[in-house]
Design a protein around this ligand. Structure first.
Ligand code: SDX
Length: 393
C-alpha cells in the first residue's frame, strides 16, 4: 500500500504522532515529501508523480507512471447522476461547499465499499484523485453559466483540468504548455504539509472508521477557513484593496497588521511551523514571475505584493516574530493571472492537498494500532456543585 508504516497512536490521545510522509524543518525552511526536497520535486516532476510518491511512498517508474496516468483517464468522468446535483446548488454556492458535498456523495454513486471492500481503497483513491478535477471544473462551469466540458483521454492530468475549466465551443481554448507546467508545480507545492489543520481533520474523521470519501469531505471543510486554505483568496482581496483604496500605498496595511487592537493580519504571512521563509513561497514567487512574464502583462498586484514583502521583512515587528511569506502569498496572484476566480483558489489548494490527505489517511488506517482519535483536555471549569433546591422557585 503506502510504504513502510510506522504509526504512533500517541496522537490518538495527545495530538502528536510519527509519520514517514512529510518532513518539515521550520527553523531552516526545509520541506520534503518522502525524503525529496520540495524544490527538486517542483522542478523535476509533475503533479501525478508526486501524488503517486505520497500515496505509495516512492516515485513511479516509467511503466507505473503510464499506468497511473491511464487510471486517471479511466476514472475522470463523473457519474451522470452527480451532474444533476449541480442543478440543486444555488449559483452563489461557494465552490468549497460544492466540492465537499460532491466528495462525500461519491460513496453513494460508487458503492465499491460494499461491492468489493478489499480493493475498494485503491479504487476510491483513484476516483478521488481523478474526479476532484472534474468536480471542480463542473463547479466553475455552473458558476459561469457555461456548458460543462467533459474530460478527454488525450490530455494530461493538468491539461484536462484547464480544458474542462476554460474551453468553450466559441473560444476553442487549448491548454498553454507554460500554464500547464506552472499548474503542475503549484499543485505539487500544496500536496502535503505534515499535521496541518485539514490533514488532522481527515485523520481524525477517518479514525472513527468513516470512509475515505467522508474523511476527505471533512478535510475540505477544514481547509475552507481563511486562516488555513482560504488565505490565498484573502491575499488577493487584501492586495486589491491596497490597489483600489490606498492607491497602491502599503503603509496602512503594514500599520494595521502591527496594531494589537486591530484583528487584521497580513494575509499570506506567518506560519505556525516556519519561522523563516516558507520554501514553497520561494518556488511560488518564481512561478508567479514566469507565468506573468509569459502572459506578457504587468500585474500591479505582483508589484504591491513585492513591496509588501520587502517592507515587512525589513520591519522590526515582523522580524521579531519570524513572520515571512507563506505558501499563500504568491499563489493567488498566479491563479488569478491564469484566469481562475478568487473563490476557486481554495478549491485549487484542495486539489493539490488531496494526495497528502489520502496518504496520511492510509498511514493512520494502516497504523500498527489504529485507534479512534480522542485527545484529552485540561479541565478548568467549576468544581463539583449540586442543584440548589430553590433554584426554580
Ligand atoms: C496555511 O499548518 C500548515 O502547515 C498550514 C499550511 C498548509 O500547507 O497546510 O501551511 C497552509 O495555512 C498557511 C497559513 C495561511 N494563513 C495565513 O496566511 C493567515 C495569516 N497568518 C496568520 O493568521 C498566522 O500567521 C497563522 C495563523 C498562519 C499562524 O499563526 P500562529 O502560529 O498561531 O501564530 P500566532 O497567532 O501565535 O502569532 C504569533 C505573533 C502574534 O503576535 P504577538 O501576540 O506575539 O504580539 O505573530 C503575530 C500574532 O499577532 N502574527 C501576525 C501574523 N501572523 C502572526 N501579525 C500580523 N500578520 C500576520 N500574518
Amino acid at each position: 500500500q503506502s510504504g513502510l508504516i510506522t504509526y504512533d497512536p500517541g496522537y490518538a490521545n495527545t495530538g502528536s504522532c510519527s509519520s514517514n510522509i512529510t518532513f518539515i524543518d521550520g527553523e531552516k525552511g526545509i520541506l520534503r515529501y518522502r525524503g525529496y526536497d520540495i524544490d527538486e520535486l517542483a522542478e523535476r516532476c509533475n503533479f501525478l508523480d508526486v501524488a503517486y510518491l505520497l500515496v505509495h511512498g516512492f516515485l513511479p517508474k516509467k511503466d507505473e507512471r503510464a499506468a497511473f496516468s491511464e487510471l486517471m483517464n479511466q476514472h475522470s468522468m463523473l457519474h451522470e447522476g452527480m451532474r444533476h446535483f449541480y442543478d440543486l446548488f444555488p449559483d452563489h454556492a461557494h465552490p468549497m461547499a460544492t466540492l465537499s458535498a460532491m466528495a462525500v456523495t461519491l460513496s453513494t454513486f460508487y458503492p465499491e465499499l460494499e461491492s468489493h471492500p478489499n480493493e475498494a481503497i485503491d479504487i476510491m483513491v483513484t476516483r478521488l484523485l481523478s474526479k476532484v478535477r472534474t468536480i471542480a471544473a463542473f463547479t466553475y462551469k455552473k458558476m459561469k453559466g457555461q456548458p460543462i466540458v467533459y474530460p478527454r483521454p488525450d490530455l494530461s492530468y493538468c491539461e484536462n483540468f484547464l480544458n474542462m475549466m476554460f474551453y468553450t465551443p466559441v473560444n476553442g481554448y487549448k491548454p498553454d504548455p507554460v500554464i500547464t507546467r506552472a499548474l503542475n508545480q503549484l499543485l505539487i507545492l500544496h500536496a502535503d504539509h505534515e499535521q496541518n489543520c485539514s490533514s488532522s481533520v481527515v485523520k481524525s474523521v477517518g479514525s472513527s472508521g468513516a470512509n475515505l470519501y467522508a474523511s476527505i469531505s471533512a478535510g475540505i471543510c477544514a481547509l475552507w477557513g481563511p486562516l488555513h486554505g482560504g488565505a490565498n483568496q484573502q491575499v488577493i482581496e487584501m492586495l486589491e484593496k491596497i490597489q483600489q483604496e490606498d492607491n497602491g500605498d502599503i503603509t496602512r496595511v503594514i500599520d494595521r497588521a502591527k496594531d494589537k487592537d486591530d484583528p487584521f493580519r497580513l494575509m499570506g504571512f506567518g506560519h505556525r511551523v516556519y519561522k523563516t521563509y516558507d520554501p514553497r513561497a520561494r518556488v511560488a514567487k518564481a512561478i508567479c514571475h514566469k507565468v506573468i512574464d509569459h502572459l506578457g502583462f504587468k500585474d500591479p498586484l505582483l508589484d504591491i505584493a513585492q513591496r509588501l514583502e520587502e517592507a515587512a521583512l525589513a520591519d522590526r515587528y515582523f522580524k521579531e516574530r519570524n513572520l515571512y511569506p507563506n505558501v499563500d502569498f504568491y499563489t493567488g496572484i498566479t491563479y488569478r493571472a491564469m484566469g481562475i476566480p478568487t473563490n476557486m483558489f481554495t478549491v485549487m489548494f484542495a486539489i493539490g492537498r488531496l494526495p497528502g490527505w489520502i496518504a496520511q489517511w492510509l498511514e493512520m488506517r494502516d497504523g500498527s494500532e489504529h485507534r479512534i482519535y480522542r485527545p484529552r483536555q485540561l479541565y478548568v471549569g467549576p468544581t463539583q456543585r449540586s442543584v440548589d433546591v430553590n433554584w426554580v422557585k
